[in-house]
Ligand binder design. Structure first.
Ligand SMILES: [Zn+2]
Length: 207
């Protein structure tokens, strides 16, 4: 079996673990696929990387809706968006959520019948609040969500339920994950008839 040592992680892997690249002597990239993916993912999680994803999604959505694509360039979009405080607040919330795909900020248009332009900007909104189904769905990326156990307290019965993760709690009780996340991170909110908190913050009281 032909192998190659990755220039980044220094692990020797089969050639199939390296993308082909005709400019290289052995026809493959020097960095393995896993390292390339990690770099791509890390960039997508920076504020600039996130704006690039939003920009790409705007082009994709405009085409799908039959609208003109945005007239601004990626650089113009980033320069316009970066100083905005509201975007910063939503960006930090997205980071805190473990890059939960439904909490990624989006550009909400004032007039939905028109395409993306700075003149048609209403406000920054999470994808969840904007009602967007995943254009790019990161839900299947296991690294996207650090798994933390959660506890729900039933508002009526006061019975506590422990779950190994937000995802399992949401699935079991048929609660929207975004709502559950918001309740976990805001003591004034409830979700699915439960008050929520991360299990590490408080010991489970014996029933
Ligand atoms: Zn590597």
């Amino acid at each position: 079996m032909e192998t190659k040592t990755c220039s980044k992680c220094r692990i020797t892997k089969p050639l199939s673990e390296f993308q082909s690249d005709s400019t290289k002597r052995d026809g493959h990239h020097n960095m393995c696929k896993a390292c390339k993916n990690a770099i791509r993912r890390d960039y997508a999680r920076t504020k600039e990387g996130m704006l690039k994803t939003i920009y790409k999604d705007q082009h994709y959505s405009s085409k799908k809706r039959g609208h003109q694509p945005p007239k601004y360039t990626l650089q113009e979009f980033i320069a316009w968006a970066l100083p905005q405080k509201e975007l910063d607040i939503l960006y930090k919330q997205w980071v805190e959520s473990g890059y939960y795909h439904r909490l990624r900020p989006t550009f909400d248009r004032a007039d939905d019948s028109k395409g993306y332009s700075f003149g048609n900007f209403n406000k920054w909104m999470t994808r969840y609040d904007n009602g967007l189904k995943g254009v790019r769905d990161h839900a299947n990326d296991p690294k996207a969500h650090p798994i933390k156990p959660v506890i729900g307290v039933n508002l009526k019965t006061h019975i506590q339920m422990w779950f190994p993760s937000l995802t399992l709690a949401a699935k079991t009780l048929h609660i929207n994950k975004g709502n559950l996340w918001l309740a976990l991170n805001n003591s004034n909110r409830t979700a699915g008839g439960f008050k929520w908190e991360y299990a590490n913050k408080k010991e489970l009281v014996a029933q």
